[in-house]
Write a protein that binds this ligand. Structure first.
Ligand SMILES: NC(=O)c1ccc[n+]([C@@H]2O[C@H](COP(=O)([O-])OP(=O)(O)OC[C@H]3O[C@@H](n4cnc5c(N)ncnc54)[C@H](OP(=O)(O)O)[C@@H]3O)[C@@H](O)[C@H]2O)c1
Length: 330
């Protein structure tokens, strides 16, 4: 089969595109013929040598996939040949990745793709959707009627958080890096979207939530906690999920006097059962149109190295040339 893989970590150019043996599904694994994959920032950290865990060599990059079951292992019972499935947990914790014609995935990490939802949309919603769900509902316990601030609503995670918060009956204010991206956030359901480069964000928050927001979701790696705590309502919750090396200042007094809480998490630490519960809601929202994948562009899998470069130029260097997911087709 053809695959995008690395034999050593390093810059995007270490990604090769070539022939690797097609995997055989063993135990509870299912062999998926890949229809689409999506790029996540974590793919680029792993490729660059982040050393979170030991990698198989050659290592096929990528976490997200959607496709069709081609074969089932002897211990797999949930899926049959021809079923459409998606998943987001390959390429993590030492597992082989998804950027290939075929991928062997333990069935516990696969979910059925709803009729009418494309492989592109399922792959693009996978890791970011599960992340948004875990943070909003598992950690921050968002309830209907609450107000949510999403920092960076045009990105992969941010656009999922905006839509899920709306689907749960909350109201949403979000920031984006251009008027066009702010308009996109409003189309995704945000009640208010402000251009963080040109608009007065403080004034917008005061207008949107005079008593403060109940949940603040930070997608950026260097949170400004003085601002965040100022924006929060009493007993407000902050969700953090980016910035491993960040060591920002923290306003201890204002935080505890307001009775606030801070939640941090990483999606790949969630159990298969927890992630499946997220996937069930994601499937319902994808099928009903409440959740739409925010796809910036679709490229051939042969362009995996270019896709990694584009992703890291944006997530790390804030180039602003991307709004949502890069989807690749084998
Ligand atoms: N903990 C976990 O489990 C987990 C899971 C997934 C992702 N992550 C991490 O979460 C972060 C976001 O991931 P992602 O996939 O959403 O990345 P992404 O698609 O690159 O989105 C990042 C967004 O940040 C926005 N942004 C840049 N500067 C900003 C600023 N000053 N204020 C507000 N927004 C700003 C950009 O929007 P504009 O272009 O509009 O400026 C961009 O869309 C990454 O660091 C990733 O590693 C963690």
């Amino acid at each position: 089969m053809k695959a995008a893989f690395i034999n050593e970590t390093g810059p995007p150019e270490v990604i090769q595109y070539g022939e690797l043996p097609t995997p055989e599904p063993t135990g509870g694994e299912v062999l998926v013929r890949v229809g689409a994959v999506a790029v996540n920032p974590v793919d680029t950290y792993i490729r660059n040598g982040a050393d979170f865990w030991e990698l198989p060599i050659p290592f096929i990059v990528g976490c997200d996939l959607a496709g069709v079951v081609e074969a089932v292992g002897p211990g797999a019972s949930q899926y049959q040949v021809g079923d459409r499935v998606w998943g987001s947990n390959q390429g993590l914790l030492g597992r082989q990745g998804t950027f290939a014609d075929y991928c062997a995935v333990d069935e516990s990490w696969l979910y059925p793709t709803p009729a009418g939802v494309s492989d592109e949309d399922a792959a693009a919603s996978a890791l970011v959707g599960i992340t948004a769900h875990l943070g909003l509902f598992g950690e921050a316990r968002l309830t209907a009627g609450e107000k949510v601030f999403v920092q960076g609503g045009s990105g992969g995670v941010g656009s999922a958080v905006v839509q899920m918060a709306k689907a749960a009956g909350a109201s949403v204010i979000t920031t984006a890096g251009s008027n066009e991206k702010a308009a996109t956030c409003r189309r995704l359901g945000a009640d208010m979207a402000v251009n963080y480069k040109t608009d007065d964000v403080d004034a917008a928050v005061r207008e949107f939530a005079p008593d403060g927001v109940h949940v603040f979701w930070e997608t950026q790696r260097e949170p400004d906690f003085d601002k965040i705590v100022e924006y929060l309502a009493p007993r407000g919750r902050i969700v953090l999920m980016a910035g491993r090396d960040a060591r920002p200042e923290f306003p201890v007094g204002p935080f505890y006097v307001k009775g606030c809480s801070l939640y941090g998490f990483v999606m790949f630490a969630a159990t298969a059962q927890q992630q499946r519960a997220c996937a069930e809601d994601i499937n319902q929202w994808l099928a009903s149109g409440k959740l739409k994948a925010r796809i910036d562009r679709v490229m051939p899998l042969t362009q995996a190295a270019a896709a990694h470069r584009l992703q890291e130029e944006n997530t790390l260097l804030k180039a602003g040339t991307l709004a949502g997911k890069i989807v690749l087709l084998p």
